[in-house]
Design a protein around this ligand. Structure first.
Ligand SMILES: Nc1nc2c(ncn2[C@@H]2O[C@H](COP(=O)(O)OP(=O)(O)OP(=O)(O)O)[C@@H](O)[C@H]2O)c(=O)[nH]1
Length: 203
């Protein structure tokens, strides 16, 4: 059984939890408690392989400019970076996050870092502040997958993007010979504390 670890990153209110819960449960839940970090587990089968998926959904950071990635990230195998198409600040924050992931992984990760850039709240296109072309070109610059979605309205696109990202993670883990097997016995909680700070309230 393969373990796949993903982290969701993005501005406060971008819809990280909504996107994830839509993927995990096929449902849209309007409001989520956002004062605690959460670690979600799901068993799934992709291309005939059984996977143990863990997704870390951190609670929001207080300042937009303060990125969660304060130390090199060694926990996640892949990232979902979410912004809101109707909020340019969240897009700029996503850009910043992408740069920081690349920077922190440069030393440790041969090959590409599997990332999916997600423009959420596509249903709010009447108040769009970020064009789809801008989103796509930011993703191209950073060699990431890209998809505009609406967690409120769609399941299929979100499911497809997670599937693509997980496939990419599996390819990268194979290329790297799954370094995690040799990386010692740090516990999940310890890693999350190290990577995301001491603000974890529940996992
Ligand atoms: N219209 C619309 N609203 C959405 C969508 N996705 C999320 N929302 C709303 O946006 C708000 C924030 O969603 P969350 O999923 O809590 O966002 P988050 O990024 O996890 O927020 P934090 O946990 O505070 O960082 C909630 O009121 C959601 O109902 C969407 O696709 N369309």
């Amino acid at each position: 059984m393969n373990d796949i670890k993903l982290a969701l990153l993005g501005s406060e209110g971008a819809g990280k939890s909504a996107v994830l819960v839509r993927f995990l449960t096929k449902r849209f839940i309007g409001e989520y408690a956002s004062n605690a970090n959460s670690l979600y587990h799901k068993r799934l089968s992709i291309d005939g392989r059984q996977l143990n998926l863990e997704v870390f959904d951190p609670c929001s950071q207080s300042g937009e400019s303060r990125c969660i990635l304060e130390e090199p990230v060694d926990w996640a195998d892949g990232f979902v970076v979410v912004y809101t198409i109707s909020d340019r600040t969240s897009f700029l924050n996503a850009k910043n996050i992408l740069a920081q992931i690349k920077e922190s992984r440069r030393e440790t990760c041969k090959g590409e870092v599997p990332i999916c850039l997600v423009g959420n709240k596509q249903d709010l296109c009447h108040s769009r502040q970020v064009s789809e072309v801008e989103g796509r070109s930011l993703a191209q610059e950073n060699k990431c997958l890209f998809q505009e979605v609406s967690a409120a309205e769609n399941y299929l696109e979100i499911s497809n993007l997670f599937t693509k990202l997980i496939r990419h993670v599996m390819e990268q883990l194979k290329l790297r010979g799954d370094r995690r097997r040799y990386s010692g016995s740090k516990s999940m909680a310890k890693l999350i504390n190290n990577v995301f700070g001491k603000r974890r309230k529940s996992v």
